[in-house]
Design a protein around this ligand. Structure first.
Ligand SMILES: [Zn+2]
Length: 269
């Protein structure tokens, strides 16, 4: 399950060695974490290995394994500052409306680790979401496997691609006012263009015509709406809007464009 070399041994969640309390970077007092780290009281919730706090010249504070080879958790994306920032951004955005929220949640049934886990009460249903901030280049088969495992557990998986995966080919153009599709032509930085995508994105597009990208620095979501796909060139509409204007509902990421796009995706092609 673990790809060779993919475990870099850092985490945003630690456990108190004695009390067992879960300590999340976003929710814990830094001074308290420093003291616990110095006293060697922080351990990895996944493998039990000793952790140390990294809160120096990094963008996102985190914990690192003292023994780098120790941790063998599934679904470790090669951890970068940008990946940590993406996870933290998603956690902070959706934590408030959740009945249960966790960073790097381990799911024992499939031995997966969701970047962000959110449980929400929606009418009579408790709906469970796994939010994945994906920068690494998973194969199509690996993505499909992860998607299927979430699906088998009744968990709605939502994938936000890292900005590094957004590759524009040539210049963007305005969307013609004569374009017959029911998408906004001028709002949300609307534009049309060509984009280079890889096998993982192509697999995602078999499930939905939408690709979402998140820039943790600006907290802006970029949305691509598929028009055509030839080889690795996606022709798409491009829109941008703040993550703050997005929500989770009905198993989906609801964006300012969802109403218009529902007409596009359910009204026949
Ligand atoms: Zn570990």
């Amino acid at each position: 399950m673990t790809t060779p070399g993919s475990s870099s041994g850092t985490t945003l969640v630690a456990q108190h060695r004695e009390s067992g309390k879960r300590l999340t970077i976003a929710d814990s007092d830094l001074d308290e974490l420093r003291q616990l780290s110095d006293a060697r009281l922080l351990i990895c919730p996944f493998c039990g290995g000793l952790l140390t706090l990294k809160a120096g010249a990094v963008r996102v504070h985190h914990f690192a394994h003292v023994d780098l080879e120790a941790c063998r958790t599934a679904d470790h994306e090669p951890e970068t500052d940008a990946h940590r920032a993406g996870k933290l951004t998603l956690y902070r955005r959706f934590q408030a409306t959740a009945v249960d929220a966790a960073l790097e949640q381990h799911l024992p049934a499939t031995d997966q680790r969701a970047d962000v886990y959110i449980a929400k009460q929606e009418d009579a249903n408790l709906r469970r979401y796994a939010l994945e901030f994906q920068q690494a280049n998973n194969s199509a088969a690996r993505w499909q496997e992860r998607h299927q495992m979430y699906s088998d557990q009744g968990i709605c998986d939502i994938w936000l691609l890292g900005q590094v995966r957004y590759q524009q080919v040539g210049a963007l153009e305005p969307i013609s006012v004569f374009d017959p599709l029911p998408v906004p032509h001028t709002e949300f930085d609307a534009a049309a263009g060509a984009f280079r995508i890889r096998e993982m994105e192509k697999q995602m597009l078999l499930h939905s015509p939408l690709l979402h990208y998140l820039d943790p620095d600006t907290q802006i979501v970029t949305l691509l709406v598929k028009r055509t796909l030839h080889a690795n060139t996606l022709r798409a509409y491009r829109y941008c809007f703040p993550l703050a204007d997005c929500d989770l509902h009905n198993g989906k990421l609801v964006t300012p464009l969802s109403a218009a796009l529902n007409r596009l995706t359910t009204g026949g092609s």
